[in-house]
Write a protein that binds this ligand. Structure first.
Ligand code: VG1
Ligand code: CO
Length: 543
């Protein structure tokens, strides 16, 4: 076995977005493409000789091949050991858990999250630091800049390592430790939640359905929900992970998790339904014939945290991404704790959690989590809900309605326009930025624009500044319209429009969100000239 130094040339497009580098599989399969990015990571993090790395992914197409390349490159770059999940599997939150538990240097996570998988679909790679969270912008900028000047990478010339049995092997001078992907994570969940209470709830006839969407959380959910908590067999559906997620879009929302939605809105609906995404970090929560918006879910978890053993001692603070509704802000106010507003993407929460400033965080995009790891965590959110349901012995719907009655309701919706020509999407954003002065003070029906800006965030922990994080149109009654370009799409540009209207009056809380937001949607389309500029009458997805 010998180390090869391979001569290569930079690819110009390896800029890691909010969740690492995401491209189509054939792009990653080009000679040297993955290798260049991995070497750029290794060169940027300057790992001490003999350091330990965690590697795992969501099992999508190209996961196994990519892991073999990473292992051989890690061995050639002086790592002492790599912990890898059996079969190359680790959900994103489980990878975060393992990185932290074994105090490793960090980890490489392979996933394109909720994007489809398969030979022609999406793949992704990102580096997480020793705190278990996505690398900060300083590190991802360094990786990008290395990738632009790379001339060689190092790889061990060796046979593939078997990843299907637990135990230790060697690759050159490096140890490869194949670990159970579920064990450490399941143990962490047991330390946070009242498993006895949830067990009795499930024994009492409370029925649940968890849709793993043929993605990574299947084995996690089966072990924790069916085996350890005793839910009836079949409570976990689509529980076998597949390389192409069964041809579906492993995105837990009302559009893509349609199997589950049909069951939860059907005649014999269970009491609780949930789904998670490709890499297990997102979650959708449903009651019988009832959908909980992710923004409301975050607020609810915060308001009920005292019922959960792991959070009984109180919350240090809450953080939400800027486009997420302000429902959590109201709870923070009532609890007399701070609420932080950060740019989209989990990496911004990490600094706040490391500094002990926040305990819970969440995003409108079906992401919720806490300081138990440094990623959002789909199954954790499900267990948090089950713990609350076990303690309160009420239906999901009645818990949410009581919450609205107490705090008011933040009507919320997101419109996604996927696969737009980049110029059209940029044109909409530019038009809005150019219109700030003219829009300020303008009245449309019952709505008056108070201010407009392009969200900029100063990290209170390290002082770093992130600019151009989304255009905000803020109305005098607290309603908001936000426009943002996605950083995770792999085809053309995706424009997201986020709509929020606050309603204190309980007599209006029964309204459907689309109904309540109708006027605001009209304003959003009007001031952005979206239909004219993109040629799209309708969004691709509404959540
Ligand atoms: C989307 C979501 C964002 C989330 C990101 C990663 O990003 O809007 O809230 O953090 O995906 O989620 P964007 O830039 O496309 O809007 V996942 O489940 O990839 O880890
Ligand atoms: Co994800």
């Amino acid at each position: 076995m010998s180390v090869h130094t391979v001569v290569t040339q930079p690819f110009p497009d390896q800029k890691p977005g909010t969740s690492g580098l995401r491209k189509k599989v054939p792009v990653f399969q080009q000679p040297h493409y993955l290798e260049n990015f991995v070497q750029s990571i290794f060169d940027s993090i300057a790992a001490p000789q003999g350091a330990t790395l965690v590697v795992g992914g969501d099992g999508r197409y190209y996961n196994r091949e990519a892991i073999q390349i990473i292992l051989k490159m890690a061995a050639a770059n002086g790592f002492g050991a790599v912990l890898v999940g059996r079969g190359g599997i680790l959900s994103t939150p489980a990878a975060s858990c393992v990185i932290r538990k074994y105090k490793t240097l960090g980890g490489i996570i392979l996933s394109a999250s909720h994007n489809p998988g398969g030979a022609k679909e999406d793949f992704g790679i990102k580096f997480n630091s020793g705190n278990g969270g996505p690398a900060t912008e300083t590190v991802t900028d360094a990786i990008f800049s290395k990738s632009k000047s790379i001339t060689t990478y190092r790889i061990l010339d060796a046979a593939d390592v078997s990843l299907d049995e637990l135990g230790e092997t060697t690759l050159g001078n490096m140890k490869v430790k194949v670990i159970d992907p579920v064990d450490d994570y399941a143990e962490l969940m047991e330390s946070l939640f009242d498993f006895d209470a949830i067990r009795s709830l499930l024994k009492s006839g409370f029925r649940i359905k968890f849709d793993a969407m043929h993605a990574v959380n299947g084995p996690y959910a089966k072990e924790i929900i069916e085996k350890r908590l005793g839910a009836t067999n079949g409570s976990v559906m689509n529980g076998v992970p597949l390389e192409d997620f069964g041809g579906g879009h492993p995105d837990p929302n009302l559009t893509y998790a349609h199997d589950l939605v049909e069951i939860m809105y059907g005649d014999d609906a269970p009491d609780f339904g949930a789904a998670s995404d490709g890499d297990g970090d997102r979650n959708m929560i449903l009651g019988k014939h009832f959908f909980v918006t992710p923004s409301d879910s975050l607020a609810l978890l915060a308001a009920n945290a005292a019922l959960v053993p792991g959070y009984r001692q109180g919350l240090a603070g809450i953080a939400r991404s800027m486009p997420t509704s302000a429902a959590a802000d109201r709870v923070a106010k009532a609890l007399n704790i701070p609420c932080y507003e950060t740019p989209t993407g989990w990496k911004f929460f990490g600094n706040l959690m490391d500094a002990g400033k926040v305990t819970l965080c969440g995003e409108e995009s079906f992401g919720t989590g806490s300081d138990h790891v440094r990623e959002k965590d789909g199954l954790w959110a499900v267990l948090f809900w089950l713990n609350i349901l076990a303690a309160r012995k009420q239906s999901v719907e009645s818990i949410v309605r009581e919450h609205w009655a107490k705090f008011g309701r933040n009507f919320y919706s997101r419109y996604d326009y996927e696969g737009l020509p980049t110029e059209a999407a940029n044109g909409v954003m530019q038009l809005l930025r150019d219109s700030f002065a003219g829009l300020t003070g303008k009245t449309f029906g019952k709505y008056t624009i108070q201010t407009c800006d392009d969200f900029s965030y100063t990290d209170t922990v390290d002082g770093s500044v992130s600019k151009n994080q989304g255009v905000r149109i803020l109305f005098s009654d607290g309603s908001r319209i936000i426009y943002r370009l996605s950083g995770t799409g792999t085809e053309g540009a995706t424009l997201r429009v986020y709509l929020e209207a606050y309603e204190a009056d309980a007599a209006q809380h029964h309204l459907d969100a689309q109904e309540a937001l109708q006027e605001l949607i009209g304003i959003a389309l009007n001031i952005s000239e979206l239909v004219k500029r993109t040629g799209r009458e309708r969004p691709t997805v509404i959540t």
